[in-house]
Design a protein around this ligand. Structure first.
Ligand code: XMP
Length: 318
């Protein structure tokens, strides 16, 4: 039996000891790992922790505001929110190759984060929500998906800052991280969020990304996620999202002909994200998602459900 309270007490003491009166910066993404790391470190050293949250503009609907509410207002974390949406969109303009988009987004993220970190000159530590599987993954020979897709979770540090790493979750598995999070008072739904890729909606809008497409996708995706929660299905699937295809097809709305984009609803069940099956969501549920998206989201007139397993398909479309 894993002793949760002991773990928290022990880790808080270790962080205090290690950090002393120094300042710590942490890249907060709103995901489970960085959020739990942030709240845990905050418990140990309070306002000596400075979080940096980069809003890439490629996040889910209202994600930026929610992160500020959940962690800034509720937990009182010091968060420096960087509105970088326009910067990312500009860099992505006209770029449709998936790997190129990933590199641009990853590179821009590191650039923004580095620039921002320099504002906190007196920082001595960089905290990260690295968990045990991340440690293993970076030690082992990279798997096919690491070769196919260049992940950008582990960014470069501004070298002149000479920061030491602080990784309080390094020994924990995901389910343990969630337990620690809940014990720290983070609401259940937040510690049970699905993973979200670093490049965000940038790789869920197939082909070139622009502001209009981001807005369309955010709305469609929000409907899907909202209904998964409402039907108690969210935690029964491992990852769920909508993909926007740059393909237009003909439809009819009232007595008007429409010619709009196609949305693909994707939901996968998996243990390790290396292999996955498509979620057997009820037909009635899929029907509801389809009607709501088509009726409520201007710009989409057709919804498909992805019934591909991994392999040979991947979970993401790019
Ligand atoms: P695939 O699409 O390879 O995805 O089956 C497996 C898992 O990895 C996530 N993923 C990423 N995460 N940066 C990330 O941080 C990325 O570039 C990236 N690409 C895929 C994906 O969401 C799924 O959970």
């Amino acid at each position: 039996n894993w002793k949760l309270t002991n773990y928290i007490e022990k880790t808080v003491a270790e962080i205090k000891e290690k950090v002393g009166t120094s300042k710590v910066i942490l890249g907060l993404s709103g995901g489970v790992d960085s959020s739990v790391a942030a709240v845990l470190i905050h418990k140990a050293i309070g306002d000596q922790l400075q979080c940096i949250f980069v809003d890439t503009g490629l996040l889910r609907l209202d994600e930026g505001a929610k992160v500020m509410e959940n962690y800034g207002d509720f937990f009182n974390l010091k968060i420096d929110k960087v509105e970088a949406g326009e910067r990312f969109l500009k860099k992505l303009e006209g770029i449709s190759d998936p790997e190129e988009k990933r590199k641009i987004i990853g590179g821009e993220f590191v650039a923004v984060f580095d620039e921002e970190s320099k504002k906190f000159k007196d920082a001595k530590f960089l905290a990260q929500g690295t968990i045990y599987p991340d440690v293993i993954e970076s030690q082992s020979v990279k798997g096919p998906s690491a070769v196919i897709k260049s992940h950008h979770n582990v960014g470069g540090l501004p070298e002149e800052m000479n920061l030491d790493l602080l990784e309080p979750l390094r020994e924990l598995f995901k389910d343990e991280v969630r337990k620690v999070g809940e014990e720290l008072g983070i609401p259940h739904h937040l510690v049970h969020r699905h993973p979200f890729p670093g490049p965000g909606l940038g790789i869920r809008i197939l082909g070139a990304v622009d502001a209009e497409k981001v807005e369309i996708l955010q709305k469609a995706d929000d409907i899907f996620i909202e209904e998964l929660y409402a039907h108690d299905l969210y935690e029964k699937v491992s990852q769920a999202f909508v993909v926007l295809l740059p393909v237009k097809s003909v439809g009819v709305m009232g007595d008007e002909r429409t010619y709009e984009y196609t949305a693909v609803v994707r939901s996968a069940n998996t243990i390790d994200f290396m292999t996955a099956t498509w979620s057997r969501l009820p037909y009635e549920f899929l029907d509801l998602i389809s009607s709501r998206i088509i009726n409520e989201v201007r710009g989409i007139n057709r919804v498909c459900y992805d019934i591909s397993s991994k392999p040979p398909a991947t979970i993401e479309w790019e």
